[in-house]
Structures are given as structure tokens and as C-alpha cells.
Write a new protein. Structure first.
Length: 145
């Protein structure tokens, strides 16, 4: 009976806690899982920021194209866009007309060039995000006399 009591006591002592190896293994797994969660949260935030700026850029480009389509064809070369909101830092908006020869003319232009009918108008918006990514949005439309 005494031997059985000693065996029961010894087995209870061995199962009282966890070993250091088991704790280190559990901490390693926890650190791995937390790093994956943290990385995905950061990634979602960056993607949301870029997506928001792309939507702003698309809106600005579409607004310029809409203004161009409402402009008289004889006034295309002197067109000045009225855009209030541009995305990101140091945004650059370029507007070009394509001549019959295939040459690009920046708008507004002081040159009097014969434009084809219909004329292709290209709008290019480039900007830099807060994180340093350079993004470009392009669109074009045709305007006829």
C-alpha cells in the first residue's frame, strides 16, 4: 500500500507544470501567429490607402475628361482643367492632344495646330503616395468638331 502511495505521489509531481522546452515552443508558435496577424493588418491598411488614392485619381481624370467633352473643339488647345482634389503628394496632371501626324501636343498650348476630327485627348495623372509609391492613372477620349 505504501509503495502504491509513493508511485501516485511521484506521478503527481511530474505532471504539476510545464517544462521550459514546452513553454519556449508555445511562445515560438504564439510569436509566429502574432507576426502573421500583424503583417496582414499592416498590409490591409496600405492597400486601403492606395485604393483610396486610386479612386480619387480616377475621379479626377474622369472629371477632366468630362470637362473636355463639354468644351468646344476650337477651344481644346487653350483648355484649362478645373480640378480641385488630386491624390497623394506632388500630383502632376498632363493633358495631351494627338495630331493627325501622331504627335502629342501638351494642353494648354499656345501653338495653333490643325487637329484631326475627331481628336484624341489623353489625360495622365501621376502622383506619389505617402509611403513613396509612384502611381499613374491614364485615360483618353475623342472629341469631334
Amino acid at each position: 500500500m505504501i509503495k502504491i502511495m509513493k508511485i501516485i505521489r511521484n506521478s503527481n509531481r511530474q505532471e504539476r507544470g510545464m517544462t521550459l522546452v514546452e513553454l519556449m515552443f508555445a511562445a515560438g508558435i504564439l510569436a509566429f501567429v502574432l507576426s502573421m496577424i500583424f503583417t496582414s493588418v499592416i498590409s490591409v491598411g496600405v492597400n486601403r490607402e492606395i485604393h483610396t488614392q486610386r479612386l480619387q485619381a480616377e475621379s479626377a481624370v474622369n472629371e477632366v475628361l468630362d470637362q473636355i467633352s463639354r468644351t468646344d473643339a476650337s477651344q481644346i488647345l487653350s483648355f484649362q482643367p478645373d480640378v480641385v482634389l488630386l491624390p497623394g503628394n506632388s500630383a502632376v496632371l498632363q493633358i495631351e492632344a494627338v495630331t493627325a501626324d501622331g504627335l502629342n501636343i501638351s494642353i494648354p498650348s499656345a501653338d495653333q495646330v490643325s487637329l484631326p476630327n475627331p481628336v484624341e485627348i489623353r489625360v495622365i495623372l501621376s502622383w506619389q503616395t505617402d509611403r513613396g509609391y509612384t502611381i499613374t492613372k491614364r485615360a483618353s477620349t475623342y472629341v469631334s468638331n
